[in-house]
Ligand binder design. Structure first.
Ligand code: SF4
Ligand code: MG
Length: 285
């Protein structure tokens, strides 16, 4: 036991893929604690959805934001606390739909946050409507004849937007997932993992994933063309191709936070700002 768990009862459905995400986060954080990180180095943020309950179960500095807005909250925290590791949990309905613009711009500006996207390809908390990554024909309470839309490939979008770490994980492959999670947390810059988190109640894809998920290792993680090829090898639509998991892309770029000026007290005085503004700037930096 790492001491990262609260005593809050876990209310996810038995068999939900969120359990292993929680266990893995706890295990990786415990590992990092043993490697010199301090508990206060980490701040966790969530959006709205079943994924969001994870902040109730982890005894850490945390912020439960509103639907689709976990990413701007995480970006702001990182700007204010630059020596922290901000881990942002989000859902597919939450962030591939409602908050998509935040995701794209966080990747574009290489914000120094880690985004763990619980992609169960349904709105679980809202009892099963189709999301941007649901399979075509996915049936739920609001569309009994099936989703009429094709899913999009979020990783292709993120690669084009400028993310500097991109991976896909399947928590059932526990060791593989934990290694990916640790790599993502250690990356400096915008780090993103699309997690194939199965919703057993509204979109049970365990059999399909168990059959098709394939661990891959790219030759050169900084090769964007190789990353694009791997990312395009599964379009979230095909059911008869391998589904690659692993780290697909990692590169170094200046981080968003580096572009922000840090004022010294003297500079604040020279600029002639009011006491109120100076106080706000000091709080931010
Ligand atoms: S509805 Fe789905 S995502 Fe939500 S807790 Fe249950 S299994 Fe998990
Ligand atoms: Mg979802």
């Amino acid at each position: 036991m790492s001491g990262y768990r609260t005593t809050a009862p876990v209310t996810w459905c038995p068999g939900c893929g969120n359990f292993e995400i929680l266990n893995s986060v706890e295990a990786v954080l415990a590992e990092l604690l043993g490697e010199g990180f301090k508990r206060e180095n980490f701040i966790i943020v969530s959006g709205v959805g079943n994924h969001a309950k994870i902040v109730d179960y982890l005894d850490m500095n945390s912020f439960n934001s509103i639907h689709g807005r976990a990413i701007p909250v995480a970006e702001a925290i990182k700007l204010a606390k630059r020596d922290s590791k901000v881990i942002c949990f989000a859902g597919d309905g939450d962030t591939y739909a409602e908050g998509l613009e935040h995701l794209i711009f966080a990747a574009k500006r290489n914000a120094g946050i880690v985004v763990i996207l619980h992609n169960n390809r349904t709105y679980g908390l809202a009892t099963g409507q189709f999301t941007p990554t649901s399979q075509r024909t996915y049936k739920g309470g609001t569309m009994p004849y099936g989703s009429p839309e094709n899913p999009f490939n979020p990783l292709e979008l993120l690669l084009s937007a400028g993310a500097t770490f991109i991976g896909r994980g399947y928590p059932v492959r526990k060791d593989h997932f934990r290694k990916l999670l640790k790599d993502a947390i250690l990356h400096e810059g915008f780090s993103f993992i699309d997690v194939l988190q199965v919703c057993v109640t509204y979109n049970n894809l365990y059999s399909a994933y168990n059959e098709h998920v394939t661990e891959i290792e790219v030759k050169d993680p900084a090769d964007i063309e190789e990353a694009r090829k791997v990312i395009r090898s599964w379009d979230y639509l095909s059911t008869d191709v391998p589904i690659a998991i692993g780290k697909f892309y990692e590169t170094d770029k200046p981080g968003y936070e580096e572009g922000f000026i840090k004022f010294t007290d003297n500079e604040l005085e020279e600029e002639g700002r009011s006491e109120k503004i100076k106080h706000l700037i000091r709080e931010l930096i």
